[in-house]
Write a protein that binds this ligand. Structure first.
Ligand code: IMP
Length: 198
C-alpha cells in the first residue's frame, strides 16, 4: 500500500526539534511545524505518561487541521529521584519556569547525591491512515555537578550520555542526534514510514 506521507506535521514549534527532525528525515518527508499550518493554540499536555501526551498532541492536529501528524513527548528520569522529573520535566521548577530554572532545581536536588544516573526517554505518536502508532527512544547517562557547553537546549548542559562522557550541550548537533533519545525514536519512526508506506 502506498500512502502519501510526503507532507506531515510535527506538532511542535521548538526550532531545535524541527531542525533535528528535518535533518533526520532529509529528503524523505516534508515536515511542517504548527506555526506553518496556522496552529497558534497551546496544546494541553494533561496526561501523566509520555505516550498519553504525545497522543493528545497528534490527535489535536489531526482532528482540527486534518493533517497526518506526529508528536513527541520527552522525559528525563533521574534514578535517585524515583524517576522524577519524568513526564513533568518541562514544568519541573513550576508552570512558567525557564530551562535554566529546571537545571538549577535539578542540580540543587542532587547536591551531595552520589547516584547521578539518569536517562532521557522519548515517545513519538504518529497518526496516519486513521491509525495510531508509537515509537520509542532512550539514552542512558548521568547528571553533571555543574552546567557545561553552549549547544542544545533544556537539560543538555547537565546531561552526560554514558556513550560519550561529555554533556549533550558540548556535542555537535550531529553527534547528539546519533545517540539521543529523540534521534533514536525519530529513526524508528522514519524507518517505519520508509519500510511500510513507500
Ligand atoms: P518535551 O516533551 O520535548 O517538551 O520535553 C520535556 C522537557 O525535557 C523540556 O524541559 C525539555 O527542555 C526537555 N528536553 C526534551 N528533549 C531534550 C533534549 O534533547 N535535551 C535536553 N532537554 C530536553
Amino acid at each position: 500500500m502506498k500512502t502519501d506521507l510526503s507532507t506531515i506535521v510535527f506538532a511542535t514549534n521548538n526550532p531545535h526539534k524541527l531542525e533535528e527532525a528535518r535533518a533526520l528525515a532529509a529528503g524523505r518527508l516534508n515536515i511542517l511545524s504548527l506555526a506553518e499550518i496556522g496552529c497558534q493554540e497551546d496544546i494541553p499536555e494533561t496526561a501523566d505518561t509520555l505516550e498519553g501526551n504525545a497522543l493528545i498532541k497528534a490527535r489535536w492536529v489531526k482532528e482540527r487541521y486534518g493533517y497526518d501528524c506526529f508528536a513527541d513527548d520527552t522525559g528525563l528520569m533521574v534514578e535517585s529521584l524515583d524517576g522524577a522529573p519524568g513526564v513533568y520535566s518541562a514544568r519541573f521548577a513550576g508552570d512558567h519556569c525557564s530551562p535554566a530554572d529546571n537545571v538549577r532545581l535539578l542540580l540543587h536536588k542532587l547536591e551531595g547525591v552520589e547516584n547521578r544516573k539518569a536517562k532521557f526517554q522519548t515517545v513519538i505518536a504518529l497518526l496516519t491512515d486513521g491509525k495510531e502508532y508509537l515509537f520509542r527512544g532512550q539514552v542512558e547517562g548521568s547528571i553533571a555537578t555543574e552546567p557545561h557547553g553552549e549547544g542544545g537546549f533544556g537539560y543538555d548542559p547537565i546531561f552526560v550520555p554514558a556513550e560519550t562522557g561529555i554533556p549533550f550541550a558540548a556535542m555537535s548537533p550531529e553527534d547528539k542526534n546519533a545517540i539521543s533519545h529523540r534521534g533514536r525514536a525519530m529513526r524508528n519512526f522514519i524507518n517505519f514510514i520508509s519500510n511500510t508506506k513507500h
